[in-house]
Design a protein. Structure first.
Lengths: 323, 323
């Protein structure tokens, strides 16, 4: 039997980081794979030359990979994205093959930890304890989690997992999504009316929406004004969800007490950006949603195994909705 | 029927904070209670005079309350402590009545939130992000919780609840206790041999032991040396569990990377104490284990209801073990 030809097209994460985990995952899945990096990928000296385009069975890629014209890949059964977000690749008109988003259990776990950690940090008012040791003993006991409503905008894989973790800590969680959803223990809302109610009750808001034409700048002056005064905003989703000028204005007036941001319209966030020095903003450098090579490689291998056995691919992108 | 005479003896928490919640809890439990503050308790102007000592059925007390000689309370069926820790009251030789420790669901929830919040804070390396916004984009992705072993010393109500929360976030949790215990998903160890193993594997250690002759200064130079280099210590238990000089020395050498301390041998922690200004120490002013008046009052009412109906009291202190 011929090996399965897999092309790796990504600058970040890198070939050197993924080669060994991918080979191990293919072997574990019993797949005979000929894995090669694309031309233009950061390559190591002894990497094999790329496959001919028309002989590639699967493309494992990041949106910043060197393959931008998917037309010549006539035999390719699926394009398997290494990132959860597909807004940089989904609009590519040459990409007519099935496109799968990365659902990496490691990524989900990391996101749950980042969100739970920052929710608890703000809930417990940790910042003054971490930044200021004045020698003054001023015990102020925070409320219990059960009295701290949290709203998650976006109830996909990541939002749903975060809602579950926060619910088990007894935070009252509201989850909002574009389409109707239900989740045990979570107040689920949807649509425009639902959004207003989801914002009005939130002391802490977590943004985990995909970036689409509908969600771009969803968090604008009007949305920020709907939050209770002094709310905290966490954005581990996508930078484009927020109207940055509106957020800076809301921080200025005290409408928003603090924003902890992991993603930005331009990354790296430029050194002169006002977020860096802002006393009410915490910048974390896109670390909330890192794909982990080991578990991501196993997810890639599973989708190739499914493709080869005729089973439907997991986590296919809806090309009309854009996610 | 005669009302049940209950004496309230506490300076902190205060009569003014507890009177209404206690009365509400007694009413909800269907108990006809004559509740009065002890002489010497911070009283409000219209408080009723105390009961005669020999007519008191139950004493609700904090160790800092004005009642220190329990001998005259010949009819008292139980002394119900408002604090989880009983080391300040258990050794009182005049206290021969059954003594119950406070197990407040609000206290447990608050402790779980404090412990989970600080474990995640150290796990995610939040401090540099909170204290320093340098404008430098240096993404360093922390390991997953599944690769961050946490050890909890003390597997009573509080330790067990914290272990459950951390386990559900996928931290590998080791729980150590004096007596053998088991808990699903937790590696349970006990005894002296168990202690060594529990310390050796811990990147983060949480102290939730009672303070007894056996646990006083348990965390001494020898115990600290058993931890992996760079471990983090969280103490929301009792200040006396730690040999402070040994901890300061271990922070100096880097054996311990950080200590977050909520309890101290002297409270308030004196302004000149080296912990305050230490860059590797976070002081939180005894806020992890605050009893919440509402839920604590319901726990008191439930124990009185049990005493009146002949059922065994909940959470009785073992006067030999001291907790």
């Amino acid at each position: 039997m011929m090996p399965i030809n897999v092309l790796f097209s990504a600058r970040t994460p890198r070939w050197s980081e993924y080669e060994a985990p991918l080979r191990a995952a293919f072997a574990d899945a019993g797949l005979d794979v000929d894995l090669r990096p694309a031309a233009g990928t950061t390559r190591v000296a002894d990497a094999p030359p790329p496959h001919a385009d028309e002989e590639v069975d699967y493309i494992v890629c990041a949106p910043n990979g060197s393959v931008t014209d998917f037309g010549p890949f006539t035999r390719t059964k699926a394009v398997l994205n290494l990132w959860a977000g597909v807004e940089a690749i989904a609009p590519n008109k040459t990409l007519t093959q099935p496109l799968a988003r990365m659902v990496d259990p490691g990524l989900t776990e990391g996101m749950v930890e980042w969100v739970t950690g920052h929710v608890l940090r703000h809930h417990l008012w940790l910042d003054p304890q971490i930044t200021g040791q004045t020698g003054a003993w001023r015990p102020v006991v925070p409320p219990l989690a059960r009295d701290r409503p949290v709203t998650i905008l976006g109830m996909g894989e990541l939002g749903s997992a975060c809602a579950e973790a926060l619910t088990s800590l007894r935070f009252p969680v509201t989850g909002w999504s574009r389409r109707a959803k239900t989740q045990e223990g979570v107040r689920c809302l949807w649509g425009d009316d639902g959004l207003a109610a989801a914002l009005e009750s939130a002391q802490i808001v977590v943004l985990l929406l995909p970036l689409t034409a509908q969600t771009e700048s969803l968090i604008d002056a009007r949305a920020l004004a709907r939050l209770p005064r002094g709310a905290v905003l966490l954005n581990p989703g996508r930078g484009g969800l927020i109207d940055d000028d509106a957020l800076l204005a809301a921080l200025e007036t005290g409408q928003i007490d603090h924003a902890t941001l992991d993603v930005f319209r331009t990354e790296p966030l430029p050194p002169e950006h006002p977020y860096w020095a802002h006393p009410k903003v915490t910048v974390t450098p896109h670390v909330a949603s890192a794909t982990r090579a080991g578990s991501a490689s196993r997810a890639v291998a599973e989708n190739i195994r499914r493709g080869e056995s005729g089973a439907p691919f997991l986590n296919l992108v809806d090309r009309v909705a854009g996610y």
